[in-house]
Ligand binder design. Structure first.
Ligand SMILES: CC(C)(COP(=O)(O)OP(=O)(O)OC[C@H]1O[C@@H](n2cnc3c(N)ncnc32)[C@H](O)[C@@H]1OP(=O)(O)O)[C@@H](O)C(=O)NCCC(=O)NCCS
Length: 152
């Protein structure tokens, strides 16, 4: 498994990962043009890391995006970047998600003091985030959203 920065040709894969990141296991996956999916996608200035094998097959992606309104702001009232990610179903629990978080955190550390994210409190991804240094920072979005923050 290799990690590299995303290129324009990876956009369809990133959209597919955003659709997965927008739903809990067992629930219907939203369409690519659903507002929640569109709101999660990285903008042109945001960074995306892709997990890929030697044959070029893509396994997962993690990126940050700047949400409006922001989940958490820094001391200067500037929006902090929000992480979103997904790994294809047949390659989960192999450490790919952890590797993606760490690679994205290294990229974000070059520009920001912290990385944040919003997670549904029943999403098993909470375990991954706690293990990679995220801590609860307050209420997130919706009834069951939790805001997490990792200092960089
Ligand atoms: C969340 C996700 C990205 C994790 O990717 P992954 O490659 O499986 O993560 P890792 O293998 O690095 O997992 C690291 C640890 O996190 C925890 N973890 C990850 N997925 C878990 C799950 N489904 N249930 C319980 N613990 C889990 C485990 O402690 C795991 O370590 P272990 O396998 O040694 O027990 C993946 O499950 C996914 O794509 N889910 C759907 C999209 C999503 O929910 N994205 C997050 C939106 S906020």
């Amino acid at each position: 498994m290799n990690l590299r920065l995303a290129q324009a040709k990876d956009r369809a894969f990133v959209i597919q990962m955003a659709r997965m990141a927008c739903t809990l296991r067992g629930r219907p996956v939203p369409s690519a043009d659903a507002p929640a999916v569109v709101a999660l996608l990285p903008g042109a200035a945001d960074v995306t890391v892709i997990a890929v094998d030697d044959d070029g097959e893509l396994f997962g992606a993690a990126w940050w995006h700047i949400h409006d309104p922001p989940l958490i702001v820094d001391a200067d009232d500037e929006a902090l970047p929000e992480l979103a990610m997904a790994v294809v179903e047949h390659r989960r629990r192999e450490g790919i998600g952890t590797a993606l978080v760490e690679a994205l955190a290294r990229q974000a550390a070059q520009r920001y003091d912290a990385l944040t994210l919003n997670v549904h409190l029943r999403n098993p991804a909470v375990d991954l985030y706690v293990q990679t240094g995220f801590r609860v920072a307050g209420a997130g979005r919706g009834w069951y959203g939790v805001a997490l923050r990792r200092s960089l």
